[in-house]
Design a protein. Sequence first.
Length: 353
Amino acid sequence: MVRPMTARRLVSVLSVVLVASATVVVAQPKGGAKAPAKTPVAPAKAPEPAPAPAPAAGSGSAAPADAGSAVQMAEDPPPSDMEGTNEDPDAPKTGDGSAAPNVPAPVVKKAGYPIEEALRPITLPKNMSEVSIAPHAQVKPFQGAMALRARYGITREAQLGLTYLLGGAFDDPKTLTTDKIAFHPGKAVGLDVTVLLQNWIAVRLGVPVYIDPVAVGLELGAPLKFVLTDKLAIGGMDDLLNIKLYRFAPSFYSEALNAQNAANESTSTTQSVGVLRFSAYGIYQYKPNFAFIGRFGVQFGDIDDTLHTSSTFIRAGFQFSPRKFVDLGLSLGWDDLSIAGGFAPAGYLAIRI
């Protein structure tokens, strides 16, 4: 049998439990939905957390104003060419398929033989030919000569040349007693090859031959040309050495000298071993088709100087090119400054094909 005091205490505890249970039941949302769990706090260095999901409808908690709202995407504007009439299927495309920007191509200059003498290379371009004639005359004692020269560009680096001394006007050394100046056909002819080593230097090898009596020489040159600016160039050493191989070394500049060497053979006179010539020139391009040209140097008539023949020469003139394939030139100067009558005007005509 339960004591009255204990029964009263038991009734009080049961009443409190029932009231608490009723309060919890009333606080539950309709339909049995559970309240959202609390979002855990992100660490201090963690990236920005994603927004928490919106609470279910009917929840007693309030949600932020922008929570759960849909993002409105902006519509792309319509293409400017709806019909596709301006599309170019051959236009270049970038990596993402869009048309590449229209950039104008650079202007490419065509290579060719320049009309400016200062800018011309030492050798002719491949498959180009040139024929030139160069008359000149010394005033006193009067001696004139005219050489015909042809050259052909085998490649850009190799050039073949042919020179023929057409003749000269002078007093024949075999008839000095008559003292008569007459024209004499030339008897010197020869081939030469020029090979370009660099744009500014080449090597030249030639074999001049005199017909009657037969004489053979060897020509060596190291043509130099430095283009300093588009208006200024310097060079030289193109006719450095002419060595005797048989009898005497023929000349393409003076038929009178060849005739004198031929006469020396008949009298067993000592001949020159060879001619050494140091020369230099300068070109000033006044206009694209007009240039001033000067040349000077020293020539030793005998390499070992046994005959003690040396001379200093100097000349200056101009070259006019009315067409890209035509050159006209005139120069004045002295073949030998030690001789008062060494003044010698000269002309030049060249045609290229």
